[in-house]
Design a protein around this ligand. Sequence first.
Ligand code: NAP
Length: 330
Amino acid sequence: MKFAQLNAFGVPSEVVDCVEGAAPGQPGADQVLVEMLACPINPAELLIIEGNYASKPPLPAHLGIEGAGRLLAVGEAVTDLAPGDLVMSMGRANWAQQLLLKAGEVVKAPPGTDVAQLSMLKINPATAQLMLSDYVDLKPGDWVIQNAANSGVGVNLIRLAKAHGFKTVNVVRRESLIAPLKAIGADAVLLDGPDLAERVAKATVGSAIKLAIDAVAGAATERLADCLAEDGTVVNYGLLSGEACRLRADQAIFKSITLTGFWLAKQMRAMSSAGLAALYGDLMPRIADGSLQVEVEATYGLEEIKQALAHAGREGRGGKVLITPNGPVS
Ligand SMILES: NC(=O)c1ccc[n+]([C@@H]2O[C@H](COP(=O)([O-])OP(=O)(O)OC[C@H]3O[C@@H](n4cnc5c(N)ncnc54)[C@H](OP(=O)(O)O)[C@@H]3O)[C@@H](O)[C@H]2O)c1
């Protein structure tokens, strides 16, 4: 059985190998055996591999925060799942041809769900949904502003905001993204830049914006904060610029802007199993009916892991890079 192995922290395309290992064997009573079909490569995986994430795993390490697959076998005590079921994995070593998981670590998908989209359900849709719900009490018609709006999280946020009746101002760094983001429901799409606040005020006809979602940090945080109304909140969830979040004293003091951070892993640890079930119970049908979806730019086999990681690290992509451990998926 093939799986991806991290051997040392460093340049992703150099330090991860596809290695051959023993198959995991048959499931124990409360386990399931999953044939992994698709797994995205997220920016967080690149940070883990570089040794720049919240913590460093002991080496050599298995990788892959997300993935979807089909059940090959279920343990004798598992009554609600059956071989052939399509599932999302809640495990954290998904870049492998097969995985043994506890039955409670998979979420069953409706038959016919797009496997590529299912593989991207665990992180980005949940991140977008929770950032929209947990910080500001938004009402239909309210505006939200976000940067890196063409990212996986950003596209999910546009689609979820639309479904909830919120309006979005979407900040990007390439003009070619304006039309495609408007086509999926973005209300305004603007290029980032020094005069952002004036252009946002024009696009929203001066509406008060209470929530800003920031994946970039650095001076981009400050520019988003300038677009907010008094007492607004900036939720930072990424460090794409590699810089510290910037907030000026006048923004904090005179406008009472709050800067806070979101980390899905921490949020999920604090959630009850009923809360998690409700979150994915809401998101799964949206993935299954296609109302939540992001573009896929390329797929690679596990044996092409180095090329896949190099591709995922490129800026200006047109969508996600996926690994398909058991061959192409339709
Ligand atoms: N805190 C959490 O719990 C959590 C959860 C999920 C994701 N995240 C973070 O959210 C961010 C987006 O993740 P994703 O999976 O949605 O990304 P993705 O789909 O892989 O897309 C990457 C995005 O990053 C943008 N980007 C890359 N470098 C940039 C830079 N220097 N300045 C501005 N934008 C830049 C890209 O813009 P171009 O297309 O113009 O290159 C693109 O929009 C990442 O930072 C990720 O780590 C955090």
